[in-house]
Design a protein around this ligand. Structure first.
Ligand SMILES: [Zn+2]
Length: 333
């Protein structure tokens, strides 16, 4: 897929094309909300740097179909490394992919990941010092860069300061303010904007055509494709149970059984309820009702915190729905 197909981020992609055709920074920081295409753009950029199609490269783009482009898409290109929580889990997991319990162990360990650790940074910085397999560009992408512990960030510093020739570091973050100043000062920042609602809708249609409530989920997405996926799932869960006095319990009963999936779903449901309540609050002109909606918003925030702290996600959702349901807030319009 060429750059031209990345939706609604033309300021960022135009800048990157200029880099390919002109002077390349040694390290870049892609900043912006999650789910707006930072990771996708970083990988497309790596493809544009290594594409075998010279005519595409001459335009600062990639062909998307040559052996290099396909290998990068498939995560099999040795010179392009995406260090994210999935990569880190693979590094840390003791089990072998051939073990029976591998999938289950992998999911469990992945769910525990909260920061990019120093061992992961050491692994990729060592790779950055190795000779390129193809003689092309080596691109190292660090996802959730704001979660790097101090030791990890310090281990990265000298490598982003003096990378070998044709080596590029790309750090991705949705919380630039949480990053070390020493890292920030060494990276060329590139801002990504929230996606317009129409772009979210279009992407949902392309990637999950069978999804119900596509345009509604796009409304609830706040410009993020990740949030749109979660909102679509939350809406279909809320719709799956019949409205009425038993609705809160029925929704809770239909939630996933595993703790990690249930927690994620609970967060998504609470996010959707919060946005619907906020919308009702903005539209409401009667003071007593506005106060009531404000109280609901406060309660929903508390439930969101509770879900992160070992409260059962199903109980949090059921209780939240019980108080929310009494306010007649439109959810599906
Ligand atoms: Zn190509």
């Amino acid at each position: 897929m060429p750059f031209s197909e990345i939706l609604a981020q033309s300021a960022a992609t135009d800048y990157l094309k200029k880099c390919i055709l002109g002077k390349m920074p040694q390290a870049m920081l892609f900043c912006g909300p999650s789910g707006v295409g930072k990771k996708k753009t970083a990988l497309e950029f790596a493809k544009a740097l290594n594409c075998l199609d010279e005519s595409a490269r001459a335009k600062g783009d990639c062909c998307g179909v040559c052996a290099h482009c396909q290998a990068i898409d498939g995560g099999r290109y040795a010179d392009v490394v995406l260090a994210d929580f999935v990569y880190q889990t693979r590094l840390e997991l003791k089990a072998e992919p051939t073990d029976k319990s591998y999938e289950e162990d992998f999911e469990k360990e992945l769910a525990k990941q909260q920061s990019i650790k120093v061992d992961t940074i050491r692994d990729i910085t060592a790779k950055s010092q190795q000779k390129s397999a193809t003689g092309g560009w080596k691109v190292f992408i660090v996802d959730e860069a704001q979660t790097m512990q101090a030791a990890a960030a310090n281990a990265l510093l000298k490598f982003i300061e003096e990378p070998p020739q044709k080596t590029l570091w790309i750090l991705l973050t949705d919380k630039k303010a949480a990053m070390l100043k020493t890292i920030l000062s060494r990276c060329q920042p590139l801002q990504f904007a929230p996606l317009p609602q129409e772009a979210v809708e279009q992407l949902l249609q392309q990637t999950m055509p069978e999804t119900e409530n596509i345009s509604l989920a796009a409304q609830y997405a706040g410009g993020s494709l990740t949030r749109a996926f979660r909102a679509a799932e939350a809406l279909s869960l809320l719709q799956s149970a019949e409205q009425g006095p038993a609705w809160p319990a029925a929704v809770a009963a239909a939630m996933p059984r595993t703790a990690v999936a249930a927690r994620q779903q609970a967060q998504a449901v609470l996010d959707v309820l919060t946005l619907a309540t906020h919308r009702a609050w903005v539209a409401c002109e009667k003071e007593p009702q506005r106060k009531k909606l404000q109280q609901i918003l406060k309660k929903l925030e508390n439930y969101k915190i509770a879900v992160t702290r070992n409260v059962s996600p199903a109980i949090a959702v059921e209780t939240a729905l019980m108080s929310w349901d009494k306010c007649n807030i439109p959810l599906f319009s």
